[in-house]
Every structure is written in C-alpha cells, then in structure tokens.
Design a protein around this ligand. Structure first.
Ligand code: NAP
Ligand code: ZN
Ligand code: ZN
Length: 346
C-alpha cells in the first residue's frame, strides 16, 4: 500500500514529504492508521547519521499511536478499532536467550528497529512513525490504555519505557534520592516516574529556565549543573543518577554526586565518547550502567502502569512541516518536553 510520510533523503537534507510502498498486511500483521508520532532525540541522531551506518531514505519515528484498521487472519490480540502503539522495535529473532527472557532489545542477533533498519530478510528497509500508516507484526504492537490522552501517550513508547525500565531494574523506591540529568523528553518522564515510585527527585539541568517546571513535574529539588557551589553541595548525595543528556558532557561531575555504591545510569546516547576519571568510581565503589529502551512485555507493563496512575507526557503538538524547526529547538534544549506530530498533516 502507499504510505505518506516525511523522510530524510540523506544526512544533510531536511525532512520532506515522501510516499513509499509498504508491504501488504500479512497473516500476523496489524495495520495501524497513525494518529500521533513523538519526536525522540534518537530521530535526530539517526537522520543526521551522528551514530554512523544510517540507511536512507529514512522515515524516523518510534513513538507511534493510532487505530487498528485491518488485522491479518492469524492475529489474536488486536481487532479493528483498537487503540494501538508501536515503539522502537518491530521484530527480533525470538529464539535467543535475551528474546526468551522478554528482553528483545538485547536480542543476540539484533532486534529489527522500527526505522533505519532491515527486516529479518536482511534486505527490506523499515520505515517509522512520521507517516500515515504502519504495518507491524502483532507481537510488537502494544495496547494503549483508553483513559490516557492519545497524543500525550505517544512518547511513552520510547521516552516512557527507556526511563521506566532502568528505574525498575535498580529498584527505585521510597527512601531513594534520584538525580535526573537533562530535562528533555526522557528526563521529564524520568522525573514523573521516579517520583511516582516514591523517590525524592532532583533535576540536574543546564537550563535555569526549567526550574519551575521541574517542581511541577514532581521533582523536589532543582540544581543548575553550571553552578559549581550547588554541585559541590550535592557531593555524595544520590543513590542513582539517570543521565539523559544527548551530547558530550562531564561524567565525572555526575559521578561525584553519587553516594558510596551509587549508580550512574546512562540512557543518553551522545555521539562522542565521554571522558571518565576512574577515580570517580574507585574512591566510592560507584557504578556505571547502560540501559536500552525495554522489552515488549515490560513496555506493556509500563503502559498499564501509566494508565493506572494517569501518567502521560507534556507535549507540544506540531504539524509535519514543522519537524525541522522542532529538531533545532531540541538541539538547543528548548523542547517542553516532547514534540508530537499530528499524523493528519503527513
Ligand atoms: P531531548 O528531549 O533533546 O533532551 C535532552 C536534554 O539533554 C536537553 O533537554 C538538555 O537538558 C540536555 N542537554 C544538555 N546539553 C545538551 C546538548 N549539548 N545537546 C542536547 N541536549 C543537551 O532528548 P531525548 O529525546 O530526551 O533523548 C536524550 C538522549 O537519550 C538522546 O541522546 C537519545 O538518543 C537517547 N535515547 C536513548 C535511549 C535508550 O534506549 N538508551 C532511548 C531514547 C533516547 P537541560 O536543558 O536540562 O540541560
Ligand atoms: Zn527514542
Ligand atoms: Zn533474539
């Protein structure tokens, strides 16, 4: 079928309208008419080939929500009219140890990304959510709780699960002090989720202008990372810091703010290597870990949790022609806090 989209034709071109042919609905496939699509900073990294290896033309977008329009003959969990979502993955090998553990994001042969990837046939490119429709195998389609505002739920498919998964993995709960470094799309969800788990949350930001928002989102404290006196007061303070910064920055400053045995959780994916002084780790037996999105089972768990606790994202709705301007505003740290594209405008 013909799908209308916005695509980058190469790493230097702005995104522009593009129509492509998608596969027909297979026996296990779900056809979703996209309603809203979030813009993640990973879209920018990939559209501009900052991580290397990008495949063009590229239709970015992995925070996708909409309505089911058609299902294949063997589809069991979705019916026409359902509200459904697709996140960062559309397939995986399904048989390796990670897939068996419901951790498809760590699939030993590599998961199939929603865009900028090849299907398991190793030749068909995948196209993402900046589009009118998507056809996805039902095992990688999520149910969106009906009580949530649909546009504000879209970014849960990446920003939500990417922050929920590591906070759960390390067991964030009441009594923990959690720092959230970088207040953008991921950061603002980390604040909401960590606060909902009972933690005392501090926003660690480079933008003084975000101080009032930090409190509204559920943080107890705000600290400006460029203010040395404030940072000095926070030495040995946090149990966990979730680092969502999208560019090269000072890891050692963050590590110094962790207590003995504290953990720095990296989710931000800067294109350049970050400098690490091992003394920041050694002197207090501190740890660094990374975390990649979350498995499909956990993504559904996160969506159900957000439905139960009425947690959504703070969004600014845009039309498709505004995507390139939105990218520039994200790069300068000015997003409040996620751009969501109205898919009717593709
Ligand atoms: P975003 O909305 O653009 O937010 C990033 C925040 O980082 C900014 O708002 C800003 O916060 C801070 N920042 C400081 N210096 C920056 C700089 N030079 N350039 C850009 N941001 C800077 O991005 P996002 O969508 O939350 O994504 C954040 C990072 O996580 C990206 O690298 C993305 O690729 C990555 N990511 C990783 C995963 C995963 O699975 N691990 C999943 C999704 C995204 P302040 O103004 O508060 O300082
Ligand atoms: Zn993302
Ligand atoms: Zn696998």
């Amino acid at each position: 079928m013909k799908v209308k989209s916005y695509a980058a034709q190469n790493s230097k071109s702005p995104l522009a309208p593009w129509t492509f042919d998608s596969r027909e609905v297979g026996p296990k496939d779900v056809l979703i008419e996209i309603a809203f699509s979030g813009i993640c900073h990973s879209d920018i990294h990939q559209a501009r080939d900052e991580w290397g290896g990008s495949i063009f033309p590229m239709v970015p977008g992995h925070e996708i929500v909409g309505h089911v329009k058609q299902v294949g003959a063997q589809v069991k969990n979705f019916k026409v009219g359902d509200v459904a979502g697709v996140g960062c993955m559309v397939d995986s090998c399904r048989i390796c140890a990670s897939c068996k553990d419901h951790l498809e994001q760590y699939c030993e042969v590599g998961f199939v990304g929603t865009y900028n990837a090849l299907e398991r046939d190793k030749k068909t490119p995948t196209y993402g959510g900046y589009a009118s429709h998507i056809i996805t195998n039902e095992d990688f389609v999520l149910h969106i709780p009906k009580n949530l505002d649909l546009a504000a739920a879209a970014p849960l498919l990446c920003a939500g699960i990417t922050t929920y998964s590591p906070l759960k993995k390390v067991g964030v709960t009441k009594g923990h002090r959690v720092g959230v470094l970088g207040l953008g799309g991921l950061g603002h969800m980390a604040v909401k989720l960590a606060a909902s788990f009972g933690a005392e949350v501090t926003v660690l930001s480079g933008s003084k202008a975000k101080e009032a928002d930090a409190k509204k989102l559920g943080a107890t404290h705000f600290a400006l990372t460029s203010d040395e006196a404030t940072v000095a007061k926070l030495q040995n303070h946090f149990d966990f810091i979730l680092d969502t910064v999208a560019a090269k920055h000072d890891l050692n400053q963050a590590l110094q703010m962790l207590k003995r045995e504290g953990t720095l959780i990296m989710v931000g994916a800067a294109d350049k290597p970050l400098d690490l002084s091992v003394f920041s780790l050694i002197m207090k037996r501190r740890k660094i870990m990374g975390s990649l999105i979350g498995g499909i089972k956990e993504t559904q768990e996160m969506l159900d949790y957000c439905g139960k606790h009425n947690i959504t994202c703070d969004i600014e709705m845009i039309k498709a022609p505004e995507i390139n301007d939105a990218y520039e505003r994200m790069i300068s740290g000015k997003v409040r806090y996620r751009f969501v594209i109205d898919a009717k405008t593709f």
